[in-house]
Design a protein around this ligand. Sequence first.
Ligand SMILES: [Zn+2]
Length: 133
Amino acid sequence: MCEELIAAHTKFNNMIEDKTWRKVDPCDARIMALTTKLEQLEMTRPAAIKPAAGRNEVHIADWRKKFDCEKKDMEEKTWHLCKQHKTKDDYDGLYVSLHTPKTHDKWEKNKKVCKAKSKGKAVDSSASEGATK
Ligand SMILES: [Zn+2]
């Protein structure tokens, strides 16, 4: 019963020995090419494409760009108008909840430290001095 299998196995071994196994049947080659193409198509399907919005892109609510007073309570937080936040054509001043205009510099410094930390860079211990709330 197993003779055929043994024969096939022997043939395969012989093919490896005389290196004829490298000679792919033209028909197989075509199927292989098609399979490769299909795999490539699978990879480029819309589902496989990452969302266009970058992970670093933070959505800023419109109300934060329009200011009528120094400070406002929104979304269970107190927001302070900080004029140090500006972009060329989006906003000139922004409501921020994590700091006030007075503490902007300190906050900015801390932000840089955090960024450096997340990049895995070594940060000297003096940087944690501003961490008190
Ligand atoms: Zn600020």
